[in-house]
Design a binder for this molecule. Structure first.
Ligand code: NDP
Length: 326
């Protein structure tokens, strides 16, 4: 039996508790991992609070990320003692996830812990940071370089946003950090933002086009925020969109695309192929300033994750949450 956070659901609704769970014997291709570190992401908060139907089967152990050490393996790529990480693949939504002392998953979902980072640092990065890297790579693939102009990052004090600001600044970009929390300006400048933009400026009713301001953007918000920033992206610019912290809607027109040649590039981390994941993690291991990474970490004890999760939805979490599991 292992300690786990367990989400259960019956006719009276959803309950979440710290419980004891057990696993079936390992099936062919599966790997058992002693979880060392996990994290809390926005999606974990949605699962734990039940405020959005991200959990697709009950009972469910949440946790879309973990790092740990292989204890048993029936997969040819892994043996006991290997250090591994997991992000996404519907773990914590459809398959039991990382907020437990032990995880048991399809070995194809794992990647070896990248050289140069610890298991704790890997979870400080987590799905949010790995998604930030996928967004940066999406901009670069589309020809965005530091000399083309300022790059906007929305939800800048959040997990994806904080890592995106640090990564872009390290690469020499002028980063405009969009935040609803003016009190966090020093934090954002410490991560490398050149300037701060109040989220309110992107919250009005969007017009099809506005004055051109930024060369590119990484957006975690969607909704009116994304619609407004699209109307202000410079000719030929690119926006990498990965989130819906503002809304699932996108109240825009085709004007930015057909009159300014703007590219809207969707970014998904959950089902990203292994090669793309490993490329992103290899760059994270080398390019992300470890001191800046330390500055964004908040540690939440395993016993406290159920209480802390709602704070994501209240916009009270800054940076990345790591959870020591064993
Ligand atoms: P966090 O909660 O850490 O950060 C979200 C940030 O968004 C907040 O800190 C806040 O930043 C900003 N924000 C909050 N409410 C609003 C609002 N109403 N309008 C605009 N901005 C708002 O979440 P993550 O960084 O972990 O995730 C961000 C988004 O990206 C989520 O929607 C998540 O589901 C999505 N995501 C998608 C992935 C994918 O694979 N596509 C992977 C990872 C995340 P501030 O106060 O600075 O404005």
């Amino acid at each position: 039996m292992f300690d786990a956070i367990l989400i259960e659901k019956d006719d009276s609704g959803q309950t979440v508790s710290k419980s004891q769970v057990t696993f079936e014997p390992l099936a062919e291709g599966e790997v058992a991992v002693d979880v060392a570190w996990s994290t809390l992401n926005y999606k974990d908060a949605l699962a734990i609070t039940g405020s959005s139907p991200v959990v697709r089967s009950f009972p469910m152990v949440p946790g879309i990320d973990f790092s740990g050490i292989v204890s048993e393996s029936r997969h040819p790529d892994y043996k006991p003692g290997d250090k591994v990480i997991l992000n996404g693949w519907s773990v914590g939504e459809k398959y039991w996830g990382g907020l437990a002392k032990r995880a048991q998953v399809n070995g194809d979902f794992l990647i070896p812990l990248p050289a140069g980072i610890s298991m704790r640092q890997a979870m400080a990065i987590g799905t949010a940071g790995y998604t930030a890297m996928l967004c940066v790579l999406a901009l670069e693939t589309n020809g965005v370089t530091p000399d083309v102009g300022e790059v906007l990052v929305t939800g800048a004090t959040g997990g994806v946003g904080s890592v995106a600001v640090a990564l872009l600044a390290a690469k020499g970009y002028n980063v405009v950090a969009v935040t609803g929390r003016a009190s966090e300006s020093d934090y954002l400048k410490g991560l490398g933002a050149s300037s701060i933009l109040d989220r309110e400026e992107l919250s009005g009713k969007p017009r099809p086009l506005n004055k051109e301001r930024w060369a590119a953007a990484i957006d975690v918000a969607g909704g009116q925020v994304l619609a407004n920033l699209l109307s202000m992206i410079k000719y030929g610019g690119t926006v990498a969109a990965c989130g819906l912290a503002n809304s699932m809607d996108l109240p825009t027109t085709v004007a930015p695309f057909i009159l300014r040649g703007v590219t809207l590039k969707g970014v998904d981390s959950v089902m990203a192929p292994k090669a793309a994941r490993q490329a992103a993690w290899a760059q994270l291991a080398t390019d992300l300033d470890k001191e800046k990474l330390e500055a964004i970490i908040k540690t939440v004890e395993f016993e406290d994750v159920i209480d802390v999760a709602p704070q994501f939805l209240e916009g009270k979490i800054r940076g990345r949450v790591v959870v020591p599991v064993s």
